[in-house]
Design a protein around this ligand. Sequence first.
Ligand SMILES: Nc1ncnc2c1ncn2[C@@H]1O[C@H](COP(=O)(O)OP(=O)(O)OP(=O)(O)O)[C@@H](O)[C@H]1O
Length: 255
Amino acid sequence: MTSAAQDLLLRPSEELTLSSRGYRLMHKLGEGSYAQVFLAEFTNKDADDKTTKLLACKVVDVSKAPKDFVKKFLPRELDILVRINHPHIIHIHSIFQRKTKYFIFMRHAENGDLLEFILKKGPISEAQSRVWMRQIALAIQYLHDMEIAHRDLKCENALITSNYNLKLADFGFSRFVTDGQGRKLTSTTYCGSLSYAAPEVLRGMPYHPKIADIWSLGVILYIMVNKAMPFDDTNVKRLHEQQVNRRWKFRSKVK
Ligand SMILES: Nc1ncnc2c1ncn2[C@@H]1O[C@H](COP(=O)(O)OP(=O)(O)OP(=O)(O)O)[C@@H](O)[C@H]1O
């Protein structure tokens, strides 16, 4: 049994299904609320050269997830993942389901996520931050043009490739923001991480999800150049006070 199989309690039949399609799960890369992400190997058995490539695989086990996640958020994520294609959004290789588990195979980001990167290497230079901000902004512009809001923009969801390009990931909270007639829909569900949430989201008011995405993008930029959070409190009321009182400071080196 592989370490992935042990972490996931994969049944031998599930391992067999994966291997019959050319996939093998290896060690764990990361984990979120209801999913674990593994490094994976894919061998295209139909290709002449049978080359093997590395991918990442997000495994969602719905037997361990709450009802609203299974009925609402996961179907939205899968529906959006199959429609999007952009140079700064992580490329989806394939998705399949077996019993209670969904396997989302995607491009592997060799340099991990932006939060890990900043914690390891320190604040990002202004020149590099400019490049990365542009790349995330292009991905968000693409989504917003398609009337999709991400709703969970944070450093952990910006992945870095071997060439140091940023790719946006994790569409677990994303949704369409217009109805069938093109009318704007507001959100009321609180999504994402508190520190990245806009004031109107923290106040629990109906909010415009595209606008709230732009707030989170600003928080990402602040963290990139400062290696610190602009607003940091586990208490929602105090966090909101910090935001509206504009009590933040830039690192002295930031111009
Ligand atoms: N393609 C990838 N390449 C490398 N690492 C990845 C990849 N996808 C995800 N990861 C790692 O796994 C972590 C969790 O992935 P992801 O955010 O998709 O899971 P999640 O369960 O939706 O998370 P959350 O509950 O925080 O929203 C990421 O922060 C990242 O460190």
